[in-house]
Design a protein around this ligand. Sequence first.
Ligand SMILES: Cc1ncc(COP(=O)(O)O)c(C=O)c1O
Length: 446
Amino acid sequence: MSNENRTGMPNSLHEHWMPFTSNKDFKESPRLITEAKGVYLKNHHGKTMIDASSGLFCNPLGHGRKEITNAVAKQLEQLDYVQPFQQGFGGSFELARRISKHTPGNLNRIFFTICGSTAVETAIKIVIAYHKAKGQGQRFRFVGRERAYHGMNIGATSVGGMINNVKTFASILMPGVVHMRHTHLKDHKFVKGQPTTGAEMAEDLERICMNFGSENIAACIVEPIAGSTGTLVPPKGYLKRLREICDKHGIILIFDEVITGWGRTGSAFASQEFGVTPDVMTMAKATTNGVVPMGVVAVKEEIYDAVMDASPKGAVELFHGYTYSAIPVSVAAALAVQDIFEKENIFKKSKEMSPYFLDGIFSLKDLDGVDNIRGYGMMAGIDIKLKEKPGRAGFECFKACYEAGVNFKATGDCLIIAPQFICEKKHIDEIVEKLRKGISNYSKKR
Ligand SMILES: Cc1ncc(COP(=O)(O)O)c(C=O)c1O
């Protein structure tokens, strides 16, 4: 295959070890995407599919946005790379300012990373540096939550709570991590939006404080809505209670908004949507509309100040950073995205489309193969009834839906649906119709 034709069927599928993929299955029957435009994708059979998960929650503005492509091209022409240590360029400072206009409270100090995992890893390190700076170096424990996904570096894996992601690596995980229980209760079945029961699950944090000594706990990290496990929406009052317990014990509260950030809930961040301000927040994915990698950590000004004040003038205050932290190409994409957010009032668009989207998704409740549905904003999870062993139903149902012309991500036995915010009602209808067809076809074959 020539360099010009990298999108067709490759000469060999053997060499590339694909991430989070059943490689053997894929290589027997590949699913290659060749084109993406707006809300549509084309696969290597020439078939058009609707993108029902914005890639991996990455492209809420739709695929192939000319404004972003042009900004990236222009940036590469002018300045392709700047080393980010002890040097910089104007764009990253401008982007930090634009991002801080949207962050809640005074989370106005912005550290750039290269993806969601490195944002979480960085948040963990910043928390430790902060406690050390405040003379609280004994705080080493992190509290995560079952069914959480925070990425795949060692720190992020350790605070995560999806069993398949951790069991192989148990021997090398970060010490001192404790997990709260997840918030998905039996009476949350087919609940649209926030469940009214279950806020008491936040008391797990109080219990952990009692069992492990709150003075040893550095931070509690949660996704405001657990995304990768299939849209677990926080019960009403749950996040507020976590905030209260953290305040009581001097524990830093981290919201991982890698999925929920930038409008997915209908507000800029889930923090504003649910009225709870964390101390540290992570983001990635939609920051660049997914076209180039970038992660972001926003921290409260006090945290930044404490770390700055703990170092003498002229010293590096935080021994942490990445070669690709806020490189020009990522910054250019993210700035173009910020422009589109503003110009097209994107968060409002997401909020306005949410009821229509959720009604459509919940209309699939009558299908034989569907076990449960959850949703908030522009994200939803559809649990497929279990087959012989966990994970099988989700994957087979995903394949049936792919055949039916709708693409998304399945995790375990849950279909993760998160359309683009530029979707019109007709696109939501198409997603729902094709999901109905795909899930029904899967059920017939069961
Ligand atoms: C909440 C959350 N945090 C972190 C990550 C990791 O992001 P990345 O894959 O960019 O490293 C993800 C990825 O899905 C995520 O959903």
